[in-house]
Design a protein around this ligand. Structure first.
Ligand code: 5RP
Length: 223
């Protein structure tokens, strides 16, 4: 059973005619975009806002119409994955490196819907290294400043080369082990010169769908 596909299909049921839909990034969001493509082919009329070049390519391939960014003020619903989800629905995102665009699109979304398998559902955030997008200039200085917040930031590499985000930046993966106050940490990170954005999504998710290996899906809603 493909539980990523299962949970993605469940969330896509929330998409209605005429909506502007934020498209997430990653292997779970992939199935949501595939399913949305199918519904568009069946006649659903929506416009999409992709959160990465990868998701944009997939949407174009599937014939999903894209919104013009300069023409939108809000997004009706965004469906995205996450790397960790705490029981009060705070998130770590950015495992795929798309955190900046994901947060920007989420910030103007009336509803942020998170889809994930049960391995992502945890008591406290922090075991997954927090992705932080930084500017390449003086990145070692930014790394040292971030380390002072209580982690060992590692420059993300891909096939031995520095990973470059869709925005031309670097990513530092910062293992905190336990993040006691995600809100405070997110603010402190973003105050550092050189930091573009961090992968903590606090008070942003409205609905979380968690799929278990058995095929059951639990739904959690922000109170
Ligand atoms: C990309 C993300 C992804 O949503 C996150 O990494 C989860 O991905 P996957 O569904 O492949 O586990 O934040 O920047």
């Amino acid at each position: 059973m493909n539980i990523k596909k299962l949970v993605a299909h469940k969330a896509i049921e929330l998409v209605q005619e005429e909506m502007t839909v934020g498209l997430g990034t990653g292997s779970t969001a992939y199935w949501a975009i595939q399913n949305l493509g199918q519904r568009v082919r069946q006649g659903l009329n929506i416009k999409a806002v992709p959160t990465s070049i990868e998701s944009e390519r997939l949407a174009k391939k599937l014939g999903i119409p894209l919104a013009v960014l300069s023409e939108i003020n809000e997004v009706d619903i965004t469906i995205d994955g996450a790397d960790e989800i705490s029981h009060n629905l705070d998130l770590i995102k950015g495992g795929g490196g798309a955190l900046l665009r994901e947060k920007l699109v989420a910030s103007i979304s009336k509803q942020l819907v998170i889809i994930a398998d049960e391995t992502k559902w945890i008591r406290n955030l922090g075991a997954f290294p927090l992705p932080v997008e930084i500017v390449p200039f003086g990145w070692e200085i930014t790394q040292k400043q971030i380390a002072k917040l209580g982690c060992a930031p590692k420059l993300r590499l891909t096939e031995g080369k520095t990973f470059i985000t869709d925005n031309g930046n670097y990513i530092l993966d910062c293992k905190f082990n336990e993040i006691k106050s995600p809100k405070k940490l997110g603010i402190n990170l973003n105050l550092l010169p050189g930091v573009v954005e961090n992968g903590l999504f606090v008070d942003m998710a409205d609905i979380v769908y968690i799929a278990a290996n058995t095929g059951s899906v639990n739904v959690y809603k922000r109170e």
